[in-house]
Design a protein around this ligand. Sequence first.
Ligand code: PHE
Length: 529
Amino acid sequence: MTQLNRRAFLRAVGATGGAGAMLATMGALGLTPTAQAAAAREAAYRAPRTGDFTLTGRSAASVVVLGGGIAGLTTAYELGKAGYRCTILEARDRPGGRNFTVRGGDTTTDLYGHRQTARFSDGQYMNAGPARIAQWMITLDYCRELGVPIEVFTNVNADSYLYNESAGMTSPMRYRAAKADVFGYVTELLAKASDQGALDQALTGDDRERLTEFLKDYGDLGSNLQYTGSSRRGYSVWPAAAGTPGVVASDVPTASEIFATGVGRYFAFEFEFDQAMLMFQPVGGMDRIPHALAGAIGNQKIRTGCAVTQVTDKGDGVRVTYTQGGRTRSVEADYCVAAMPPNILAKVPHNLGSGVQTALEAITPSSAGKIGLEYRSRWWETDHRIYGGITETDLDVTHIWHPSYGFHGERGVLIGYYNTGANADSYAPLTPKEREARAVAAGVKIYGEKYRSELATSFSHHWRQFPYQEAAWHSTPGGPDHPRYKPLTEPAGRVLFAGDWLSYMDAWQHGAFSSARSAVTAIHQRVLA
Ligand code: PHE
């Protein structure tokens, strides 16, 4: 049934049968929330089980997995449930890939040779890679299954700031004030246009009344359809005990002034399917996920410090050569799942065909960087009354994140920049100290001098300039189902591919988990057939 037919049909049911009949019909059509969830599960994944081999005369195969990021770990974890013998080759000294939580004592060296050791104090950390999880993502199913506790990650906060220097702002604006003003004036304009008959072509009289009712409520308009400010903006004196009704912030900008600030450009973010609140994070750091996966797989099956140098499909099996501590070694298995970044895999010699190589090279790496700033006090909570959430800017630091853990503690780690593309690339060549100085100078403009004076230590990370990764995520022009990528979404002989970059949720662990599941399903079906 097409969308249009469905809607027309529902309208007809609604007209004759009332709301109860309508809801029942929607349920039958699969449109209510529970029906939607059920439909999503229907397409769902079923993990391989040892029992699947009963009466088949077949048995689990051996699999070499290239890359111990989320996709590689998930491949081994899921195949392990049915007794497959998996070996993971991981180039770095720890599994997790881009899922990387930095704590005190952790050391990195980037491609420029900048060596850093994190000096964060006990209990403080930064998630250098993934840091937020939406409720619908299967990442949370893995947290549940693996016993990784989660807590709320505050992605949007009415009390965090917006700051557009290029628009001439000299001090930050609270999200709540920006929203009150932008929505106030937009609804005022729309309500007046409608009131004056400008929308009569599109609206019946009833529609118009309902629209006006909605707009007055949404924008906090007066009975004259005018926006004159609102307590939604905040107070210059907070309401308190009897005798203190509070003073509403009176610095209401004009419509022209608020539109000129450009603050409205940040509002749609929270409507996105992948970014809407509530969002979650594992308690204690995102790497609790790869840590739990590695534990479930068995750490002895994960060979760290192993950089893949060649992949050969031999027809009846796969041979992978790699270097470990300067020595060349090789491993053979019935199947291989290549779960490395495509830009790194593209540099590895193989005999999988030119289609594979062309597809790998068509997927391009993207940049992103983060700096964690540890402070001696949580002045953003005490002085600014900001508990978690993100300050958005048009400065090169782009996003500043307030921590969603450790509230009211002594110290805390702000993300002083989370930037992408050219902004990330402009910080990357700087020394860690220079990155810190530049990030702090930007933050001082928004938060004042404590941004500098309370700083204890920092740690910065740039994915495009990081060995064995060289990308924060990837751009797959045309999407993963474009015919160009068919050599990667289908098995190349006995080699299969997995990663967020082969999913519609690139740059999310959900994409890595779901891509790994489809490689696992493909191998298992083939072994059973
Ligand atoms: N998942 C990453 C993040 O949430 C990258 C990303 C940003 C992906 C925005 C999509 C949209 O920061």
